[in-house]
Design a protein around this ligand. Structure first.
Ligand code: GDP
Length: 227
């Protein structure tokens, strides 16, 4: 079984309006003859550590932007990640990592909030997301917006996992307390939760593995390249 090359990542495109996003079949990388790459989306409020998580996962310093100033991502950004070595059995091809706009930044103008709220909602509702990684700050209870997002993901039946960010900022005891509190703060059961730190790299391998497993679910027949 071939593994995805996580070190091979590039920005592919940014979209500010939903209709600009090409349909999945049309969203191909030049020179690739394989079926469409799976889309793995990343969602969370501004400043939760989304850019840092994406960069860490891709072993890059600043592919996704990192800034202390929240509210700057107003587009959906597609990154190509990994490719298939031509001599290996098709299993995990490359994917698109899809960086969704950070939400919940109070100072963003209402019209902007509406625009990217609609952009995000329509993209999620399109049903093309193979897996969504929902980021929540490990240190704090989920925000109202976080809970609304989880509700929306459930309603649309989007497969998702939760990444608890900035894990390095909590002591062992605090972590334990937050884990217990989360069980009542989030009403859904059987969630996959990854404790993550962009600082220490905790959770990176676990997250990559979950993505690889999820994106490798098609039958071998479907995985055969179109010749
Ligand atoms: P985004 O707005 O969700 O993309 O968040 P960023 O990735 O820009 O991170 C926001 C701030 O949190 C930055 O100052 C980061 O350095 C910091 N940060 C992000 N992830 C971590 C982490 O795992 N540990 C620590 N200690 N700080 C982090």
């Amino acid at each position: 079984m071939s593994k995805m090359n996580w070190n091979k990542a590039e920005i592919f495109a940014s979209y500010g309006q939903f209709p600009q996003i090409p349909p999945q079949e049309a969203l191909t990388v030049a020179g690739e003859n394989y079926p469409p790459r799976a889309e793995v989306a990343f969602s969370g409020r501004s400043n939760v550590g989304k850019s840092s998580l994406i960069n860490k996962m891709l072993n890059r310093k600043s592919l996704a932007r990192v800034s202390a100033k929240p509210g700057k991502t107003v587009t959906i950004n597609f990154f190509t990640v990994g490719w298939l070595k031509s001599d290996s059995t098709p299993s995990v091809r490359g994917i698109y990592a899809v960086d969704l706009p950070g939400y919940g930044y109070a100072k963003t103008a209402k019209s902007e909030k509406e625009r990217f709220g609609e952009l995000t909602e329509r993209y999620i509702a399109s049903g093309r997301i193979k897996l969504l990684v929902q980021l929540i700050d490990f240190r704090h209870p989920p925000s109202e917006d976080d809970l609304l997002m989880l509700e929306y993901l459930k309603a649309k039946e989007i497969p998702f996992v939760i990444a608890l960010t900035k894990a390095d900022k909590l002591r062992k005891k605090q972590r334990e307390q937050r884990r217990i509190a989360l069980q009542s703060e989030i009403q859904y059961k059987d969630l996959t939760i990854i404790e993550f730190s962009a600082e220490t790299g905790e959770g990176v391998l676990e997250l990559r593995k979950i993505i690889e497993t999820r994106c490798n679910t098609e039958s071998p027949a479907q995985e055969t390249p179109h010749l």
